[in-house]
Design a protein around this ligand. Sequence first.
Ligand SMILES: Nc1ncnc2c1ncn2[C@@H]1O[C@H](COP(=O)(O)OP(=O)(O)OP(=O)(O)O)[C@@H](O)[C@H]1O
Ligand SMILES: [Mg+2]
Length: 708
Amino acid sequence: MNVANQIMSATNPLVALLGDYKSNHVGYIYSMNFLDACVLTNDAWKERVAGIPHNSFLVAASFDPSRMAEIHEFDREVILLRVLGPSGLPTDADILRTMIEHNQRRTHDEVFTIDQLDGHDPMTHAELQYAALKCRILGTFYIENGELRLGSDLENYVSCSRLRVFKPRDKALAAIVNHINPEVRNKALEEAKKSGFSGLPTPIQIGTVRYTSTARLHRGEGEELVPVMIQPSDFLARRTAVLGMTRTGKSNTVKTTVASVAIAALKDSIKVGQIIFDLNGEYANANHQDDGSSIAEVFGEDCIRYRAIDTPGFEDLRTNFYVETAQGLNLIQSLYHMDPSPFTGQDIDAFMGSSLDEPDISDHGEHTRWERRKAVFQCILHKAGYTAPANFLVKIPIAAALTRQIRTFANSQTSQIQVTIPTSTNVPLTEACSWFETIRNINLRIKDAQRASSRSVIGLESSTQGNSWVDNMLEAYLNILARENSKHQGFGGYRAIVNYSAYHSPRRTADVVGEVISHLVDGKIVILDLSAGPVSVRSVLSKRIAGQIFAQSFDVMNSGKVPPNMVIYAEEAHNIIGKKDDLADVWPRIAKEGAKAKIAFVYATQEPSSIHPNILANTENWFVTHLNNDDELKALGKFYDFNDFHDSLKCAQDVGFARIKTLSSPFVIPTQINRFTPSDLKNLLAEIKRPNDNAQKLLMLFTQRKKE
Ligand SMILES: Nc1ncnc2c1ncn2[C@@H]1O[C@H](COP(=O)(O)OP(=O)(O)OP(=O)(O)O)[C@@H](O)[C@H]1O
Ligand SMILES: [Mg+2]
């Protein structure tokens, strides 16, 4: 080999794709078109490369790798193939006849005398070993501006093909499965910079190439396991589907993804908030099932866990209805509408349609009316059995004009009404309850009297003369508190909300949603453990939190600022972004539009066919493990080259054996996902967080000089 050839062969990236070409050669292309190629191969060549499994990658080139300095421009490309199955040869009928006749002629003694030739003469044996493989053309590698590029089709093919076929292994295979085109890399870099990364985030190994369930040869001893890397930037502001039957490794994939994103963010000192809607409590708790590992265990203080019941180590997911009255009422209303209680009536309808959102303080009249309603709401909670925070005081209205009217009316009655006017504006709940009942009672009596004497019925008068102090909404609230309507007929009143007390927590001092969002903005991992506590908490609380994350990120975006990086993980996604779900609902909107506001959405489900087709069609990354029926496989087969994996996905039930299509890669890569291993991750985290040696040395020099 001359020197130019030697240098070119050693450095040309096209040659690197063939690997050790002398031992990797497996055949010749004898027929092809733009889509498929037929490869003539031989049993002996297959044996040399540890077999050619179904769906394995092959590469074809028509150059001599040892004479790269001399090769024709036309030949400077490597074609990437995927093995689909057998193909026909003109000699097939002869081979078939020979094989059958040979076996028919065997004597009984020959059954177990098996050697390499198995009774054939060497010439026949050599002929019989040839067979053909049908392969899909996945693309063409070539050099553009000095860099390796993969075009995802074939530009030209010749009739008299000189293409030699090789099975890429170890480094060659790694280069193929982890190849990213320069333009895709540049785009990813641009996106990563927008998300705050200083450069392209370091790719993270998610698994190793695995073609078939039987992995005796291609992943056997002596064969390098080839790493499959993922780009953390593929996830940011993208949609990712994790699909597969139960117990085939979906959650494991999600855990690995969470860890990858967190580590990439940590390495580049940027903030990516990640929130997991953990239906089964498997991310929040160690020793869950047989797993014994959890995200929380690995990420320690960077991971905040929430639950809807009191548990040490967990924040409370529930709202304090006494403090966050607007949120509390809102939640009560959602629950009431989801599961209508038997308590109905005009006042309850009014209550369930009202709002406790605080009006602008400058609108004095409106703000005062809101304060009154809020105070009555707190009393209603108390009556309905919602535990109040310790020493809770209600701010009540005791303006002089009001108390004067009440006293005057009480004293004017023949059978005197006893009224006790509170002496403070902040009183305990029981005192507040009886004060509001007094107000209600007097107000209704004044109204009755006004009605009887045909005067205008306004009851207690507000400071603006002629207006009712008790407006219609306040009257409905007071009636609920008293369990009696304005016509003095009894009804369920506050009992309508008794069943929802499990959603309230007296422990909280701030709104849980705001707190969760602030953790996310701070780049933490938030786990909402929805496995414990009331079952209906799942949809109501999670929808509320998801909705507000979405709304806040959009607000930030609409105000012209850059929204924070967030990743939302949801399990059992068919329940929230199902086929029949309204695309205007919270979850479908997150899935569909979240990317615009830098919200990434990762969803896991066993039933891809039940996901809304619009969302499936907009999904950029796919992780698919075993699916057991044709309907699901058909739904999946519509996307990318997943159809090639129809048979393999249906029969291979191996845990973690996934077919992966990521945004940066143009084709599906069959991969054995790594098992989520907390111990390795903890070591890696410690390594990243350790101040590096150089920094230490610089610090030492600096302090020494100061002393001098
Ligand atoms: N890549 C893997 N390698 C080894 N073991 C794995 C791998 N992935 C998952 N497992 C193990 O298989 C079991 C099931 O995995 P996992 O909980 O991730 O499945 P799943 O698809 O989420 O199941 P479900 O549908 O019940 O939620 C766990 O014990 C897990 O540790
Ligand atoms: Mg799971």
